[in-house]
Write a new protein. Structure first.
Length: 146
């Protein structure tokens, strides 16, 4: 039978993934509130999976195998509960204001909308681009140009 300790002063309790005494219980602990993003948790899962990756196993297979371990399941629950970081704004370059191709596509879209008023401006431009692939290629070239 273990010896009961009385008037024991504990200066520090370290919470670790692989404890020396798995049967020890800590009733209360304090931590700095630091939220991890989905990306942070996913990167940590990939790193843990890479550490146990077997020979001939792809990183994806290692991650899947890791997700089946108790630690992996816990990480996956945290991943699902974490908030996603805000999406970055799309990196879209607009065509030059004087873009001949864009003006031609918009004119074609206006003609389509006159014939079919239920079309939105975007749908009409998309249809004009399908009907005039040469203009669309020219527009893409103008957007890609530095």
């Amino acid at each position: 039978m273990p010896t009961a300790r009385r008037k024991l002063r504990i200066d520090e309790v370290s919470l670790v993934a692989n404890p020396a005494n798995p049967g020890a219980l800590v009733a209360l602990f304090k931590t700095k509130e630091e939220r991890m993003t989905k990306t942070d948790i996913y990167e940590a899962m990939k790193k843990a999976a890479e550490a146990v990756r077997q020979e001939g196993e792809t990183p994806e297979q290692a991650l899947a195998r890791y997700a089946l371990t108790p630690e992996g399941r816990e990480d996956y629950v945290r991943y699902r509960a974490a908030k996603a970081p805000p999406a970055p704004p799309p990196a879209v370059r607009a065509a030059a204001p004087g873009s001949a191709a864009l003006r031609s596509l918009e004119k074609a879209a206006d003609a389509l909308r006159a014939a079919a008023p239920e079309l939105t401006r975007e749908a009409a431009i998309a249809r004009a681009a399908q009907e005039r692939p040469d203009l669309y290629r020219q527009y893409r070239a103008e957007v890609a140009a530095p």
